[in-house]
Design a protein around this ligand. Structure first.
Ligand SMILES: C[S@@+](CC[C@H](N)C(=O)[O-])C[C@H]1O[C@@H](n2cnc3c(N)ncnc32)[C@H](O)[C@@H]1O
Length: 376
């Protein structure tokens, strides 16, 4: 896989995120069919690859991030279903995330949805290469899907083979987007530089997304790598582009006056991918104000520690997976990140309430899998 330009260090942050997820999975925090299969092939495609293993504190942090993000995605999907609508998810800087495959493979209980991933063209090409070498038609990731690569191969679409069943099709009669109802595409990915709003705008024009459909924008550790003026444009672009019930969820670093914080900022900068947004938006409060200023009407921002403690009541059970003694260090790391949920459009307050993590305390991770099992 070629790494050719000045964005190589940014692209490498995806490798780091992917490897951390594999490490957390291998430590036993969760199962992920696509991730484990992709991990087997990944090592062969990366020269000089040093292995996946991360220390327990990093594994637990990765799990916390995934748990929070996926809880919010799932909550959004259920909320859309209750409203009788097909949901759209646009994941910015999605990297090699496998959550859409997990959802599409297991989510009989979830509503029909369209999941779009955007990242640098190089990352999208690499993901397609990895998926191509990993999966064959008989794999369950693709049993309900076929992969159609477009000519540029910086873009891929997976279509649902069969039409959605009555069971999992939401009633879209109130929705002004009839083509969504007929549209069978479930997942697509596109290569784009998110700093280029004009290019992004034409990419979004070419997607099968409808401005009035409920839409969730995700940015998991992405915006902070951009100059604040670029990430601001992105946040307001999505607030204006979609007119229905919509949410923006981001996980970011925060700047703290601590030795750990200084070290974290230096370490990341020394890899050539500095946290460019951090000085402008250093705190939870500044993130809240930012989203409100950029067109998002209702905002909840909290540290990753607060969010995680709301989401999980029985934290001690995690010690059965991997023992963690460094509790002070764990709390310190988790307060150096925040999760922001912002909503707009009709029912924005209700949507923000649906994204309240305390509602999902002790709901098992990837609970839709268990529901699937219960149905069999
Ligand atoms: C830290 S990784 C996170 C990946 C994924 N969201 C996750 O959490 O597993 C950051 C991702 O953002 C992408 N990214 C950063 N700046 C970008 C830009 N200007 N345009 C497109 N993608 C970008 C990188 O390529 C990388 O995949």
């Amino acid at each position: 896989m070629n790494r050719q330009n000045g964005d190589a260090p940014l692209i490498a942050t995806n490798d780091d995120a992917f490897q951390s997820k594999v490490s957390a999975m291998q430590a036993g925090y969760f199962e992920d069919f696509a991730l484990s299969r992709m991990a087997e092939k990944y090592s062969g495609l990366r020269t000089g690859f040093g292995g996946f293993r991360r220390p327990p504190i990093i594994n637990r942090g990765t799990y916390a991030r995934m748990l929070l993000k996926e809880t919010l995605v799932e909550a959004f999907l259920r909320h859309s279903r209750e409203a009788g609508k097909v949901a759209q998810i646009i994941s910015l800087g999605a990297g090699f995330d496998t959550h859409p495959f997990e959802l599409s493979d297991n989510a009989k209980m979830l509503p029909q949805f369209h999941y779009v991933e955007l990242d640098f063209p190089q990352v999208v090409k690499d993901k397609i290469t990895l998926m191509d070498s990993t999966f064959s038609g008989k794999d369950s990731v693709f049993t309900a899907c076929t992969c159609q690569k477009e000519q540029s191969s910086a873009s891929g679409i997976i279509h649902r083979k069969e039409h959605p069943t009555a069971e999992n099709t939401a009633d879209t009669s109130k929705d002004q987007s009839p083509q969504l109802r007929e549209e069978a595409s479930l997942y697509s990915m596109k290569g784009v530089d998110l700093r280029d709003i004009e290019e992004l705008s034409s990419v979004v024009d070419g997607l099968d997304v409808h401005p009035e459909a409920p839409t969730l924008i995700l940015a998991e550790i992405v915006l902070v790598y951009m100059q604040p003026q670029d990430s601001d444009k992105l946040i307001s672009f999505f607030s204006n582009r979609f007119t229905g019930s919509r949410a923006f969820m981001t996980i970011e670093h925060t700047l703290q006056e601590s030795e750990f914080g200084r070290q974290m900022v230096q370490n990341i900068a020394s890899r050539g991918s500095p946290l460019l947004g951090l000085n402008c938006y250093p705190s939870i409060r500044s993130q809240e104000a930012r989203f409100k200023k950029l067109g998002w009407h209702h905002v909840r921002a909290q540290s990753l520690l607060e969010a995680f403690e709301k989401r999980i009541q029985n934290r001690l059970a995690l010690n059965k997976i991997e023992m963690l003694d460094e509790l002070e260090e764990w709390r310190l790391i988790m307060t150096h990140y925040c999760v922001v949920c912002a909503t707009s459009g009709a029912g924005g307050v209700r949507l923000l309430n649906a994204l309240d993590l305390t509602r999902y305390q002790d709901v098992p991770f990837r609970s839709y899998k268990n529901q699937d099992k219960n149905r069999e």
